[in-house]
Design a protein around this ligand. Structure first.
Ligand SMILES: O=P(O)(O)OC[C@H]1O[C@H](OP(=O)(O)OP(=O)(O)O)[C@H](O)[C@@H]1O
Ligand SMILES: O=c1cc[nH]c(=O)[nH]1
Length: 181
């Protein structure tokens, strides 16, 4: 995998997440009845950061949960019905029934991970609403799914890959675009 460019650096990621935190508060007229749910590794850390920002802005705690979705497919160019993303587990701090759930992931690509996340949330309760926040939307949707809050839209070709590095997981902070080989 050859690195082509850095599309977000540490200050840009910080600003994007601060903006999304403000947008979540504005859209929901505060954070009453809102719950953040991060998807597996990096979505969880983004959700935690957003909760911190929201606390700084509103002075109130917002519950943060997580769901773990595994992509069985190991080759994004060879997707079949048999290797759809599957939910491995979840850890939600509150009952999401009648709550506004903001689902959070690092990258939105085909939309299949989010679809699995929506299924998981529906199995766990009956949210009054589900919204979606992503750090990067790289296009190429295969399902009618769109994000309500986007850090940055990065148009990509099918042969490229977006890699999100966060300090909590990767020891560095950047979003890079790579050419798959
Ligand atoms: O819209 P989709 O086509 O479902 O792609 C988006 C998903 O792909 C990435 O996960 P990845 O499979 O790279 O796993 P990782 O984040 O754990 O590395 C990313 O974190 C999203 O969850
Ligand atoms: O480019 C991509 C596609 C899916 N998931 C990622 O993290 N990057």
């Amino acid at each position: 995998m050859t690195k082509k460019a850095t599309v977000l650096d540490q200050p840009a990621i910080r600003r994007a997440l601060t903006r999304i935190a403000h947008e979540i508060i504005e859209r929901n007229k505060g954070i009453e009845n809102c719950v953040l749910v991060g998807i597996k590794t990096r979505g969880i850390y983004i959700a935690k950061r957003l909760a911190e920002r929201i606390h700084d802005i509103e002075g109130e705690e917002i519950p943060v949960g997580e769901i773990d979705i595994t992509l069985y497919r190991d080759d994004l160019s060879k997707k079949t019905e048999d290797n759809e993303p599957e939910v491995k587990g979840s850890d939600l701090p509150v009952d999401i029934t009648n709550k506004k759930v903001i689902l959070i992931d690092d990258v939105l690509f085909t939309g299949r991970t989010v679809r699995a996340g929506l299924d998981a949330l529906m199995d766990l309760g009956r949210p009054s609403q589900i919204q979606l926040a992503v750090l990067v939307d790289r296009g190429h949707r295969e399902l009618p799914i769109r994000a309500d809050f986007v850090g940055k839209n990065i148009p990509t070709s099918g042969s490229e890959k977006i890699m999100v590095s966060l300090s909590e997981v990767d020891g560095e902070e950047q979003v890079t675009i790579h050419e798959k080989e």
